[in-house]
Write a new protein. Structure first.
Length: 167
């Protein structure tokens, strides 16, 4: 595939064992109201969400993950971090400790309450994305880091969607 093609397939969402984002429901404004599901990342402590993903049709470039998120706040920034844990064929013991190396984006809040903001976190091919290769699975870990000095969003951040494409 070419640059810009969606190559990361999310197989399932897996909240980690602790400090995880929780699923919440926001009521839409239509009649009848939509049930809008979003993952909730509070501003009190670092919060994580894991995705089991597969890499399909990947041509060897970098990867960019696009976050669709919103907040009741209309100013300041949230810090989002994303890391990849490759699950190589016959080489990764899943119940051993793993160090996640995060790439970061400081994302400004949307200009109105619960409008969506789309922000990107990019990875270069190779070690930056844990050498993840086409046809393999990986755990993609997302974190909001309110302890980061650049995260001054004193409010909850809601993740509505995430996808990855080749860059």
């Amino acid at each position: 595939m070419a640059s810009g093609d969606q190559v990361v397939k999310i197989l399932r969402v897996m909240p980690p064992g602790a400090s995880f984002a929780y699923l919440s429901r926001l009521a839409g404004g239509s009649t009848p109201a939509e049930n809008i599901l979003a993952w909730t990342f509070p501003d009190a402590a670092a919060t994580y969400l894991d995705f089991l993903c597969a890499l399909h049709g990947y041509g060897g470039g970098g990867l960019t993950f696009r976050l669709g998120w919103g907040t009741p706040a209309t100013a300041n920034n949230a810090v989002w971090q994303l890391a990849i844990r490759r699950i190589a064929d016959d080489a990764e013991d899943l119940d051993t400790s793993q160090t996640y190396d995060f790439n970061t984006v400081t994302a400004p809040a949307p200009s109105a309450t619960l409008e969506l903001s789309y922000d990107n976190i990019a990875f270069t091919n190779g070690a930056d994305m844990d050498n993840w290769a086409a046809g393999e699975m990986a755990i993609v870990r997302l974190m909001r880091d309110p302890a980061n000095g650049s995260d001054n969003l004193a409010n909850t951040a809601y993740l509505f969607g995430l996808y990855g494409y080749e860059t």
